[in-house]
Design a protein around this ligand. Sequence first.
Ligand code: TRP
Length: 406
Amino acid sequence: MAGEVENNLIELNLNQNKDDIVDPWTVTSSNETGIDYDKLIKRFGSSKIDKELLDRFEKVTGKKVHHFLRRGIVFSHRDMHTILTNYEAGKPFYLYTGRGPSSTSIHLGHLIPFQFCKWLQDVFDVPLVIQLTDDEKTLWRDLSLEEAHKLAYENAKDIIAVGFDVEKTFIFSDVDYIGQRPEFYRNMIRIQKCVTFNQVKGIFGFDDSTVIGKIAFPAVQATPALSTSFPDIFKDKKIPCLIPCAIDQDPYFRMTRDVCPRIGFQKPALLHSIFFPALQGAQTKMSASEANSTIYCSDTPKQVKNKINKYAFSGGQATVEDHRKLGGNCDVDITYQYLKFFLEDDDKLEQIRKDYSSGNLLTGELKKILIDILTPLVQEHQKRRAEVTDEILQKFMTPRKLHVDY
Ligand code: TRP
């Protein structure tokens, strides 16, 4: 049995398909339309979010599903039906997500999983734990532990600005929290005891020259999926966990799901989102380290406007005459792709798609629509971030009981 599990994990190794590279460190596609997500579902062995699941979502919650779900931005899952079945039966669950703090300001792509988490928290009224992996970033990047730790607190302000309920949300830096609660470290060891070097090599591509901090890190990212790692919130109760994340984080949770039943925990359920494309095109995701491919949540209105006008890859034609005649290609047009993320109104979006495809709407006009949506979005984010005082930050990041009944 152990052998079977091991093979299974190794077989799921990433990047056998050379067109698309998807792992926690690299996301690239040779295709203009970006990653082939249907292929990825097959390769990773997850399930596509289909109409049946969306209908169940709406039936169980009594609310229209989020536009990320309606538009295939959150496109894949593991065990979401189990979460819904339990929820219907009045059994609780909690949400777990995270972020690796690698730059002072987060960008538009970082907002996506957090906006989605906020929606889930509001709709299901459940607690949320957010792991800031300052340990991960100092191990992988050219950052000192102190710098990574500082960035964790900076990023926490951005996350709080998304609007989480302080009574139901715990944000923690690994560097701080792991030393504060022995329960977390105990679960880490239980997980570490179950995973061989051979397995993490297969899953993450580690080799003999990889520093041992990296080799041990997957257990750190797995541990928040065990509710007993948070005794202040859950005491010693085993509560099922749902993890919304971008699909590149799935390798960590394939490992987690393999280990959980062996140490007496239910496998965490997952909801996967697609990547937020770079301004230059869907071949790569938006990255904080490439200023010209990225719109930061700290950008000024002028920067937002200039970046979109100058860099957003266009699916339009080279001349106005050709564009009127042939129309634009929404599948590769980054401005249109961003509207899918940020324009909530389905009818408006569909009208824009038709107008752009037919050539009625020009690229400059399409870009203006996006600029008019993103400018207030970024400005409001900055305003809410400025309102996060040290006191509020401390409250979110202090281990404490949350307002939930267990
Ligand atoms: N490894 C993730 C990153 O680099 C951070 C992370 C930790 C995370 N735990 C998570 C992301 C849970 C999603 C869900 O960004």
